[in-house]
Design a protein. Sequence first.
Length: 317
Amino acid sequence: EEKVWDAMKITAFVLVMGPLVFAALMNTVSWYVQKIWETSGYFWQATWLKLYYFFEGREWAIFLFGTALVPSLVFWSFNGILMMADVTGKPTFITRYRIQLGKNDPVDTKKLQQAIYTVLYNQFFVSFLMLIPMFYIMKGWGNTFSKEIPTFHWFLAELSIFTSIEEILFYYSHRLAHLPLLYKHIHKKHHEWTAPTGVVSIYAHPVEHLLSNMLPVMTGPMIMGSHIASITVWFSLVLLTTSISHCGYHLPLLPSPEFHDFHHLKFNQCYGVLGLLDYLHGTDTLFRQTKAYKRHRVLLSLTPLSESIPDSPKRAE
């Protein structure tokens, strides 16, 4: 009876004190987050005003800076490091995390050079041409070039909408591109790389780049009438994440590229970005049966997942 009574007292103590401690911690964390956000919010607002006055309020120049220059710098900075690893095999801190072992080790430089030419063409001609109508659509909303940037909470709401729209449009346009006729004449170009590298993320036929790469990303901001600051961050995040998805390396602390790498390997699996529509349509069934699915998580250690979760040895024929 004493043991039962002691157990009941301990349980009551935990049930009472647990929520109180949790509430105290949450209030403390919220207070610190709010303080950090207020400080950073003032910083970004001041930075935006400096940029606005630097361009003397010229909206077209601001638009090109935010939608073309900044995202391109993010794309080529990240992929420059990856290309150095692909070509030279160094630094080993990157190359030891290769997903498809033995592939692109080293990369075919002539093939990589051709991919770079195509990517530059898509960026300077196809993307630029699409930015022209986007500019006038955004200008018509009247908020895109406002002197006051959106709050962090509103940007998070926009980001969730952008991501949902991109997932829907990319998944279905991507599946459409895999129809035999379209695949043969358009999408096959992107799949020349069964073991992709980061720069291959926008290595595609111009029609595919327009309809499947650019349009899903642009639609969200155009519907929402987003501020140029939000568009700049969104475009940069998209180029960074798609580069990670194609990079061929499962690096620590970065999003897992296993999902899309498997698509390049098998062609008829894993069409989407988030994987939600693939799950609903059953286009990730084969992927879920592989070791790649078990490796499809954020790597939190320095041990490559190809070592901790190796592929099953192939049976001798």
